[in-house]
Design a protein around this ligand. Structure first.
Ligand SMILES: [Zn+2]
Ligand SMILES: [Zn+2]
Length: 309
């Protein structure tokens, strides 16, 4: 006999969530997923009704789910989608088509920023620089910087990104290995404004696993990319995620516990312990945007300088 959904007790269950030991039917799964996101947004006071949100979309399952959920939970809030075309052959065009379909589906504005058109380079150009072997991290720096700059220039009040639980745990794991306390202090579900040119960032999906985001996008029929970026294949990040999934197979709530312990117990204590060493924010001498580096170009300017001899 088929297993019944634990929530409605009527439909057949199709989804099993090991971390909460729940068998669910698709419609209950969708409902509970949206409630989880709403809960995260409320718990961290991420949004207010006069916010103008820029959702960083990539064509991936996470950001597409995020845009869809924000759009349906907050019909009246101003939501625009922002896509950065990184100029990766085939991939960037493919992703652009997905986000265009998504924007039409949600009837929201899509802002497309082309790296090549605006800045005169493509992400692949870093192949020839000293960042060639760490192209994903260079790409991360570029995207973080540009999403902030675009949102700032447009006068948006929040940037929402699709980082989920797996992303967060992978990042935390890495910070712990490196002992990178400063980076830990900057990794938050809701990063408020710490500088006039810094647009607050929110991560409404941090309570959802990769698997939940994937299923959500599938059940909702959201347009998502079907090809991988040629630069991210076999990346260290992917390998670390696989490793963490192996732990979660033995300890089903491992990721949830690690994240909750970090944000609820460790981070508040870290902040108290380090409150005397206030993290200073400077302005980049070459572009004028905020940076943690004193008296030298920001990471973005440092990166892009390597492209111009
Ligand atoms: Zn059900
Ligand atoms: Zn700069």
């Amino acid at each position: 006999m088929a297993v019944k959904c634990k929530r409605c007790k009527t439909n057949n269950a199709e989804v099993y969530l090991a971390h909460s030991n729940l068998n669910l039917c698709p419609s209950c799964f969708l409902l509970l997923t949206e409630r989880k996101v709403k809960h995260t947004i409320d718990a961290y006071k991420m949004l207010s009704k006069d916010d103008r949100i820029g959702v960083a979309v990539s064509g991936g399952k996470d950001s597409s789910s995020l845009a869809y959920i924000l759009n349906s939970l907050f019909e009246k809030i101003d939501v625009a989608l922002i896509y950065i075309d990184l100029g990766v052959p085939e991939y960037s065009q493919h992703c652009l088509e997905k986000v265009e379909t998504l924007a039409k589906m949600l009837d929201r504005e899509l802002i497309v920023y082309s790296l090549e058109r605006e800045m005169g380079f493509k992400i692949g150009d870093f192949k020839q620089t000293i960042y060639g072997r760490k192209i994903c991290s260079a790409c991360g720096t570029i995207k973080r910087y540009l999403f902030n700059k675009i949102a700032y220039d447009l006068g948006l009040t929040k940037i929402a990104t699709g980082h989920n639980l797996d992303d967060t745990v992978e990042t935390l794991f890495n910070f712990y290995l490196e002992g990178n306390v400063e980076a830990m202090l900057r990794l938050k579900p809701y990063l408020p404004r710490t500088h006039p040119k810094f647009v607050p960032k929110i991560k409404p999906l941090i309570g959802l696993t990769d698997f939940e985001c994937l299923l959500y996008a599938e059940y909702r029929g959201l347009p998502t990319r079907t090809i991988e970026c040629q630069f991210s294949r076999g990346s260290r990040m992917q390998r670390r995620k696989e490793l963490l999934n192996m732990i979660a197979e033995k300890i089903p709530n491992f990721k949830h516990s690690l994240m909750n312990s970090h944000f609820k117990r460790i981070l508040p204590n870290l902040e108290i312990a380090l409150s005397k060493h206030e993290i200073k924010i400077y302005e980049c001498p070459s572009c004028g945007m905020p940076t943690s580096l004193e008296g030298m170009p920001c990471h973005f300017c440092k990166l892009t300088k390597t492209l111009r001899p």
